[in-house]
Design a protein around this ligand. Structure first.
Ligand code: ATP
Ligand code: MG
Length: 476
């Protein structure tokens, strides 16, 4: 869709309108941080002294989705940039009063009233939200100094830094690459425990260090993270896994003790030795980190969680055998553990199925060279087989480094046409009935026998299929 204007221009327009009406207004939070880092912000948030009611009254097209906690969405007409209905100069009068605009024609800016959050008695939400006209109070309730910057966009974008209003020392921390809690770290994490995971995520994403006092507070309060809803924890972990810095994020989770709280099964991987002839890289944790290191930004969450959990069955099955270390049954145990973790984090059934399938099948690649044609083709029928391939590649690179087996499977998979992997059935139950068989449980086995032979290339016609059935399953 063509955009008449950008989100930045829309936010700029909203700030201008608020100022003209006599209010204070700035860009705030993540977008200021990202602009200063030279990264494209995902969205632009405006903070203002105007109350939600005032904002609702000032702009003709608003959505009061979060008005009770101080947030109003302001829609700006995309073709003309007008926040005022009826000013649209486009031929179709896109924002004429009463015109039903397609949602795609809007740019939406989130406008939040300055607020100071009251006490948090549950470790998750403020008990009460109090509006304030003080911008400084508003930034002091935010989580990290790098997220506590305001920007006056009307001062011109030539010198961004000159337009920044910094009440919390965020500029210096951005320059130094430091994630530091605003105010007393322990208090801030006691208020809202999720901030600990957010801090880890920002440090990993930007390659920043966690300031020492902030890190110490995380270590002290890691045990509280259990009070946060599983869904919110899952979403933070998923972001860490799919933003391209998963290894660093999980190292930080481990160092702060948060990992043992949110994923004890993964924390247990540390120190679990592996046979050096197969795993020169070291223990199960090191191996897992080397996989996480390969996850690209924007990768599928199922692949990411599959990579994290593929060896989760190893710690409980570790055994020092007479010849070497063994993990007999680690796949089966891992499948059960993976399913339990997905259930705990409330993944959808489809996501769970795929994550568990990745764990379940990760060792089968080793046998691919010895598989019968029918077995190999059924292997290729796994939903989203590309993710299985990708996981195997990472698994090899995180261990021996030998990609021969992966190349072999990939080559076979890519060169095999769909009709070879899933050929049309040669016969169905109808033909079996016509041949004199009585419908029942036996049909499944008969058809499976036929399909096996077809996938092996041993038969290719309906006549051959029926001959095979009569041979193997003689009529009484
Ligand atoms: P992202 O790029 O991941 O969206 P962000 O900094 O924009 O990062 P958001 O979750 O979109 O993060 O929140 C916007 C801003 O709101 C933050 O920059 C921060 O100032 C504030 N904020 C968000 N969550 C919290 C929280 N749990 N505690 C305190 N302040 C928060
Ligand atoms: Mg954001």
């Amino acid at each position: 869709m063509a955009r008449g204007m950008g989100q930045f221009e829309a936010a700029l327009g909203v700030v201008g309108e608020l100022r003209a009406a006599g209010y204070e207004a700035y860009l705030a939070g993540g977008c200021v941080r990202d602009l200063l880092l030279g990264r494209e912000p995902k969205d632009y948030d405006v903070a203002t002294s105007a109350t939600p009611e005032a904002v609702l009254g000032l702009f003709p097209r608003t959505f009061a989705v979060g008005a009770h906690f101080g947030v109003v969405l302001v829609a700006t007409c995309d073709p003309c940039g007008g926040a005022d209905a009826g000013t649209c100069g486009t031929a179709d009068g896109a924002c004429a009063p009463g015109a039903e605009l397609a949602e795609a024609a809007y740019v939406v800016t989130e406008v939040a009233t300055f607020r100071s959050d009251g006490a948090y008695s549950d470790g998750r939400h403020p008990d009460a939200v109090r509006y304030t006209t003080s911008a400084e109070e508003d930034v002091r309730r935010r989580d990290f100094t790098i997220n506590g910057l305001l920007l006056d966009p009307l001062q011109g974008a030539d010198d961004l830094r000159a337009a920044v209003i910094d009440h919390v020392g965020g500029l210096a921390d951005l320059d130094a690459g430091v994630v530091r809690a605003i105010g007393r770290a322990e208090e801030r994490f006691e208020e809202d425990h999720l901030r600990m995971l957010r801090g880890v995520r920002f440090a990993a994403r930007f390659g920043f260090e966690i300031e020492e006092g902030t890190a110490v507070a995380m270590c002290r309060l890691a045990g509280r993270i259990g009070a946060v809803s599983r869904e919110r924890v899952r979403d933070e972990l998923t972001k860490m896994l799919t933003e391209g810095r998963a290894r660093r994020a999980f190292e930080l989770l481990e160092e702060t003790g948060l990992l043992a709280e949110v994923l004890p099964e993964v924390a247990r991987m540390k120190g679990v030795e592996q046979p050096p002839q197969f795993h020169p890289e070291g223990d199960v944790w090191t191996h897992t980190l080397l996989l996480l290191d390969q996850l690209e930004a924007g990768c599928a969450l199922t692949l990411a969680w599959g990579a994290l959990l593929h060896d989760v069955g190893k710690p409980p099955t570790f055994r020092r055998g007479p010849d070497r270390i063994r993990f007999d049954g680690h796949v089966e145990v891992g499948v059960a553990m993976g399913a339990e973790i997905c259930r705990r984090f409330r993944f959808s059934n489809e996501e769970t199925r795929q994550i568990v399938a990745l764990i379940e099948n990760h060792m089968r690649f080793m046998d691919a060279g010895r598989m019968k044609a029918s077995t190999l083709k059924r292997f290729f029928r796994l939903p989203r087989f590309e993710e299985h391939l990708a996981l195997h590649r990472m698994d090899c690179l995180a261990g021996s480094g030998n990609l021969e087996n992966w190349e072999f499977v990939r080559e076979r998979y890519e060169s095999m046409p769909e009709e070879t992997v899933r050929p049309r059935p040669l016969i169905t139950g109808r033909e079996l009935i016509a041949a004199g068989y009585v419908p029942g449980a036996g049909f499944k086995e008969m058809l499976r026998t036929v399909e096996d032979a077809q996938l092996e290339g041993a038969i290719g016609t309906a006549e051959e299929a029926l001959r095979l059935v009569r041979e193997r399953f003689p009529l009484m």
